[in-house]
Design a protein around this ligand. Structure first.
Ligand SMILES: C[S@@+](CC[C@H](N)C(=O)[O-])C[C@H]1O[C@@H](n2cnc3c(N)ncnc32)[C@H](O)[C@@H]1O
Length: 434
């Protein structure tokens, strides 16, 4: 006997049959794990025209499906399956919304699901009262018939039946399994169109991978489905600790101490990469195609550290941001369009900069620019030039508000495969009064 039996009562058995007997469910049915049967309601009418619907009492538009053929079809579908733990479900926009928890309950508590698909204006209420155990909705919208909803319910329940998927791990931990969304997934190649797989997934350290994935689950549930995140209750010490870590990182910092900077060393690389990662995710969330590939990569940081061009911004001893400042001309700036740089070209390049997530909105970015300008003066340069993506609105606003002037547009080839268009900004520096 099959592990799970699904009977679908419908006016369109061909459609449902074709879908549910394909692919993974079809394979499981052929192995005898699932028994999926579709029943044509029209075959159970008692009138010569095989009529299944009629006008509604009291008037109104459309037709209503009659109780008699539905009941006769249900009797046929349930005949001889007396011992099975059975649930008769009417797919309806008035039912309880279908969730993963519903799928798990139906899988655990029943051996046979009878899914009744309505059509037209719905079904005679007396059939629902007399025969239906539960009404399930696919969501708060109205479909023309219950078939799509029935297929969705059958699919979600059947993939939880042992043997249907190759391993229970395939569904344990997926979105909605424990109230969270799944972490981001990647497959080969390692870099696709300039977008790299996160480094942590490549180093074979399963503990680190597990931690990274769980943190990403928390973050994306918080960002995409705040309702689920609010309802989530951590059940393990590990989850509680990770959530605490996330909240600590989220807690917005205020600038209470002086902000200073110092040249970065190799030992600061993990911190630099962490801030870069936070900035990368924030840019992605805002739809900015900047830093979405490998750039600035670990090798870029190493080179800049060796050249003395990379600086950490510190607040109360804590690393809060970084910037790289170079006196080497940026070749990409020479191709400026729609404007020009100032004369003379005695400038330093603010190549990249990022603020740790916890410090966003604290005024640290403004302090970072002041520090970069002080360094530029100390290097004997008279202006500071930088460029950012045209959609990076926070950076553009910051530059404009801190005295940087728009000079034109340029294409930078630092991030192959990504939008190279940058807006160029420059600030002419006055001597500082002592
Ligand atoms: C046009 S609908 C009838 C809607 C009905 N007059 C009402 O307002 O509640 C026809 C059939 O589609 C199915 N259906 C429509 N929307 C659905 C949903 N959101 N979830 C599940 N089934 C739905 C039901 O089986 C229903 O009987």
């Amino acid at each position: 006997m099959a592990e799970m039996r699904i009977d679908i009562l419908t006016l369109f058995p061909g459609t449902v049959d074709a879908v549910l007997h394909e692919s993974i469910l079809g394979r499981a049915a052929r192995k005898g794990i699932l028994d999926i049967r579709c029943w044509q309601i029209r075959d159970y009418t008692e009138n010569r025209q095989c009529q299944v619907d009629d006008y509604p009492y009291g008037g109104g538009f459309g037709c209503v499906m009659m109780a008699q053929p539905l009941k006769a079809c249900l009797d046929a579908a349930t005949a001889g399956s007396g011992d099975l733990r059975r649930r008769v479900i009417y797919l309806s926009p008035q039912g309880r919304p279908f969730t993963q928890a519903t799928a798990r309950r139906l899988r655990q508590d029943y051996d046979q699901l009878v899914l009744v698909c309505g059509h037209y204006e719905g079904v005679d209420e007396r059939f629902i009262e007399a025969c239906v155990d539960e009404e399930i909705s696919l969501g708060d919208f109205v479909l023309t018939g219950g078939e799509i909803a029935a297929m969705a319910v059958a699919d979600a329940v059947c993939r939880l039946v042992p043997g249907v998927l190759s391993d229970p791990q395939c569904y344990i931990g997926e979105s909605h399994w424990d109230g969270l969304l799944e972490y981001p997934q990647y497959t080969r190649p390692e870099t696709w169109e300039g977008r790299a797989v996160p480094e942590v997934l490549l180093n074979g350290d399963h503990e680190k991978v597990g931690r990274w994935r769980r943190l990403r689950q928390f973050e994306r549930t918080r960002d995409k489905r705040p309702d689920l995140f609010r309802a989530f209750e951590p059940a393990t010490d590990e989850d509680r600790a990770l959530l605490k870590e996330l909240r600590r990182a989220e807690k917005k910092k205020r600038l209470t101490d002086p902000v200073t900077c110092r040249p970065a060393g190799e030992e600061d690389l993990p911190c630099l990469l962490q801030i870069r990662e936070e900035a990368r995710r924030s840019l992605a969330r805002h739809g900015v195609d900047q830093w979405q590939g490998t750039y600035p990569a670990e090798e870029d940081f190493r080179r800049e550290i060796a050249a003395g061009e990379c600086f950490l911004v510190l607040h109360g001893g804590e690393t809060a941001a970084f910037f790289t400042l170079s006196v080497n001309p940026e070749p990409g700036y020479d191709g400026i369009r729609d404007g020009r740089w100032s004369e003379p070209p005695s400038y330093a390049v603010l190549r990249h900069a990022a603020v740790a997530a916890a410090y966003r909105g604290s005024g640290l970015a403004e302090a970072l620019l002041r520090l970069a300008e002080d360094r530029t003066r100390a290097l004997g340069r008279r202006s500071i030039r930088t460029a950012t993506h045209r959609k990076n609105k926070p950076a553009l606003r910051l530059l404009r508000e801190t005295g940087y002037r728009y000079r034109g547009n340029a294409d930078l080839d630092t991030e192959p495969g990504h939008d190279p268009a940058r807006q160029c900004y420059e600030k002419l520096l006055k001597e500082k009064k002592q």
